[in-house]
Design a protein around this ligand. Structure first.
Ligand code: UFG
Length: 332
């Protein structure tokens, strides 16, 4: 990727920083745009340009696109909490689509015609069929899912009218960390299962609450498709070639589902300690099973996950959290 330059919004955040690391390792140049509310300075590699700004700030965007010429834009910066989106749906439905489309507009005006959007499995709501492929009905049951769908739809119009080629990547459950434990997951507040289970085992967080044990699954807990952040990063880079000819959308997961109990078992196996926990009621809005079909991504881009096994994902997360029990604060 030598000689190529990319704009990565949200590049100091969890998934974005793993893409930045991968791009840098492959010889690309990167400019990060991040408002640093969820981003971490310590997640930004030395020598990488960081523009601290809001994605929706048209004037700053115009300056960024005037200062550098980009081969593509990767857009991660967004509100991303399902629960929060149900308390403040308008904020999600206003901010996520409008920021995405303001960014797309700036890219088009600058002649940068490749755009990769972080989208989500939350588009599919309560799916009728598992695994979920790209033709599954889109029917979000959260304002978060709706907000990403609105962004995808706006981008489709930007393609039709302006020729902006976009890839909408519907992530399933992003998890894991850089195996060198240089960077990893550090959200505030943290709501995701794997960091909460590891934190409980390490004693840095309270006991985990298992949200529901009466789902129609073999052990009664919810099943999800956990996908390693570096496999996500690799998919982002592979889809760039597809954008030479047309816009595209892909579901990205490992294609295997694991229950909450299986995740807890994996944490106990890898960490060699129990996961203190209590059994609680269902969390509203949680589908029983979400598993991706990534057959299209595999067939069309040659993508194949390096971290296909749950233990491999959990091991990288365990290494990160045990080396940095207070997240990036330990590195500042
Ligand atoms: N869970 C618990 N206890 C917790 C946290 C989670 O039992 O304290 C359970 C949830 O009920 C769910 C599973 O663990 O069954 C995974 O939950 P996460 O909160 O880690 O992830 P979600 O599946 O809710 O959501 C994630 C992303 C969303 C995205 C979705 C798509 O956070 O942005 O995956 O699959 F939309």
């Amino acid at each position: 990727m030598d000689g190529q330059r990319f704009l990565v919004t949200g590049g100091a955040g969890y998934v974005g920083s793993h893409l930045v690391l991968t791009l840098v390792q492959r010889g690309a140049q990167v400019v990060i745009l991040d408002n640093m509310r969820q981003g971490h300075q310590a997640a930004v590699p030395d020598g990488i340009e960081l523009v601290q700004a809001e994605v929706g700030d048209r004037r700053r965007l115009a300056e960024v696109f005037a200062a550098w010429k980009f081969d593509a834009v990767f857009h991660f910066a967004a509100l991303s909490l399902v629960g929060e989106s149900m308390r403040d749906p308008l904020r999600y439905c206003i901010d996520n689509p409008s920021n995405s489309l303001i960014l797309a507009d700036a890219a088009v005006k600058a002649g940068c015609m490749k755009f990769v959007l972080s989208s989500t499995a939350a588009l599919f709501g309560f799916p009728k069929q598992i695994p979920i492929d790209e033709d599954a009905e889109v029917a979000p049951v959260s304002a978060y899912g709706e907000s990403k769908l609105m962004a995808e739809r706006g981008l489709a119009w930007a393609d039709r009218v302006h020729g902006l080629r976009s890839a909408s990547l519907r992530y399933f459950n992003a998890a894991g960390a850089d195996p060198g434990a240089l960077i990893g997951e550090d959200h505030e507040p943290e709501t995701h299962l794997i960091p909460l289970a590891i934190g409980a085992a390490l004693g840095t967080r309270p006991p985990l609450t298992v949200f529901g044990t009466d789902y129609p699954t073999p052990d009664g807990t919810c099943i999800r498709d956990y996908i390693h952040v570096l496999d996500l990063a690799d998919a982002h880079i592979r889809v760039l070639d597809r954008l030479t000819t047309a816009s595209c959308r892909y579901n990205i997961g490992n294609g295997t589902g694991y229950s909450v109990r299986e995740v807890m078992d994996a944490v106990e196996r890898i960490g060699g300690r129990p996961v203190p926990h209590e059994l609680g009621p269902r969390r509203p809005g949680d589908p029983a099973v979400l598993v991706a079909s990534s057959a299209k991504l595999r067939a069309e881009t040659g993508w194949t996950p390096r971290f296909g096994a749950l233990d491999d994902i959990v091991r990288t997360a365990w290494d990160w959290h045990s080396k940095h029990p207070r997240g990036f604060d330990d590195r500042a």
